[in-house]
Design a binder for this molecule. Structure first.
Ligand code: RIB
Ligand code: CA
Length: 316
C-alpha cells in the first residue's frame, strides 16, 4: 500500500506550473498525482489546458487525467493574463501540440468525484487563480470533508504584490475565489510571494539544463531560460516541494482575508498573526515565510533526474 499523498494539482501553465508538475511526476513514490485540473490564468484556458497536456507528453506520462475548468474568474467576463510566460504560456519552447486528451468531465466535478472516492480524502494544490476550487466548494458543500488540506500558491501577506502594488497575480485575478477558499475551514498551507520570492532561479541551473544532450533537460532549460528573464522566482514548485520535504520551509499561523473590489487592491491578502491583531479571529492558514533556496534547487534537480532515470522524461 503506497503512502504517497493523493494529490490534485489545479493550475494555469505557465512555466512555473509546468516545473511544479514535473517535480510531482519526479516523486511519484511520495505524490500520487490523481489528476491535473486547468483554469484560466497566465494564459487563457485553451492554452493552460493544452500546456498541461504538453507537459505530461514531455514527461512521457500517460496515466494522469487532465480536466478543463473555468475559463474566467467568478465576477469578471475575462481574467487578466500574465506576460511572464510568453504568449503560448510555456516560454515559447518548441513543444508539439498535445497528444494527451482532455477528459470530458468538468474540473469542478472531477475534483469532487476523486476526493469522495479517495479514502481519507485528497490534498488539493491550487497554483493558479482559485476559481475551480472555489466553485467546487460552492457546488458541493460537503466536499470539504474529503479534502485533507489545501496547499496553495497565492497572496503576498507581508510585502508588495507582483501584478499590482498590493496583490499577487492568482489572488488578484479572482479575489472572490481566493476569499471563498480562505473561508472554507479546510487546513491551508499558503505559499505567497513572501516565500516564493526567495525561491530564485539560479541562471546557471537553467543554462546547464539547456546545454544538456538530453532533449528533456534541454526543453526544461529553454522553458526556464525564457521565464527567468521576466520572473526569476519558482513560485509554484514551492507547493510541490513542501509535499516532498516540508523541512525546507518555515511558516507562521495567520488569519488571512482577501480584499475584494475592482481596483489595484483587489486580491490583496491581509494577514494577521499576533494575538493583538487577531482579536476574535482565528488563524485560517499557515503562511509560509521562509525557504531553504539551495535545498529547493537541489530537490528540483533531483526530481528532474529521477524523471529521466525512470525513463519517463525521455520523449521519443
Ligand atoms: O504570482 C505568481 C503566480 O501567478 C504563479 O502561480 C504563476 O504561475 C501565476 O499563476
Ligand atoms: Ca500558476
Amino acid at each position: 500500500m503506497t503512502d504517497a499523498v493523493p494529490t490534485i494539482i489545479d493550475c494555469d501553465p505557465g512555466v512555473d506550473d509546468a516545473i511544479a508538475i514535473l517535480m510531482a511526476l519526479g516523486n511519484r513514490s511520495m505524490i500520487d498525482l490523481r489528476a491535473i485540473t486547468c483554469v484560466a490564468g497566465n494564459v487563457p484556458l485553451s492554452r493552460t489546458s493544452a500546456n498541461a497536456r504538453r507537459v505530461l507528453d514531455l514527461a512521457g506520462c500517460t496515466d494522469v487525467p487532465v480536466f478543463d475548468g473555468c475559463a474566467h474568474p467568478i465576477m469578471t467576463p475575462e481574467g487578466r493574463t500574465s506576460s511572464a510566460h510568453g504568449s503560448d504560456g510555456l516560454g515559447g519552447v518548441d513543444l508539439p501540440e498535445p497528444v494527451t486528451t482532455i477528459q470530458p468531465e468538468h474540473a469542478i466535478d472531477a475534483i469532487n468525484r476523486i476526493a469522495r472516492d479517495t479514502p481519507g480524502g485528497i490534498v488539493l494544490c491550487p497554483i493558479g487563480p482559485m476559481t475551480n476550487v472555489a466553485l467546487a466548494l460552492l457546488r458541493y458543500p460537503d466536499l470539504k470533508e474529503h479534502i485533507r488540506q489545501i496547499v496553495l500558491m497565492g497572496g503576498a501577506c507581508f510585502g508588495p504584490g507582483n501584478i499590482t502594488p498590493f496583490a499577487e497575480f492568482n489572488f488578484h485575478v479572482d479575489p472572490h475565489a481566493a476569499q471563498i477558499v480562505m473561508n472554507s475551514g479546510i487546513p491551508i498551507m499558503l505559499f505567497g510571494l513572501d516565500v516564493t520570492r526567495q525561491a530564485l532561479l539560479n541562471r546557471s541551473f537553467s543554462l546547464d539544463l539547456a546545454a544538456s544532450d538530453n532533449l528533456f533537460y534541454q526543453t526544461v532549460g529553454q522553458m526556464l531560460g525564457a521565464y527567468e528573464s521576466r520572473d526569476p522566482c519558482l513560485h509554484d514548485p514551492c507547493v510541490i516541494a513542501w509535499l516532498i520535504d516540508p523541512s525546507l520551509f518555515q511558516s507562521v499561523a495567520a488569519h488571512v482575508e482577501i480584499t475584494l473590489g475592482k481596483d489595484d487592491a483587489a486580491g490583496q491578502s491581509v494577514a494577521r498573526t499576533s494575538a493583538k491583531h487577531l482579536g476574535e479571529r482565528h488563524p485560517n492558514c499557515e503562511c509560509v515565510t521562509h525557504v531553504d533556496a539551495v535545498g529547493l534547487e537541489t530537490l528540483l534537480k533531483r526530481s528532474l533526474e529521477q524523471l529521466v532515470q525512470s525513463g519517463v522524461g525521455r520523449p521519443d
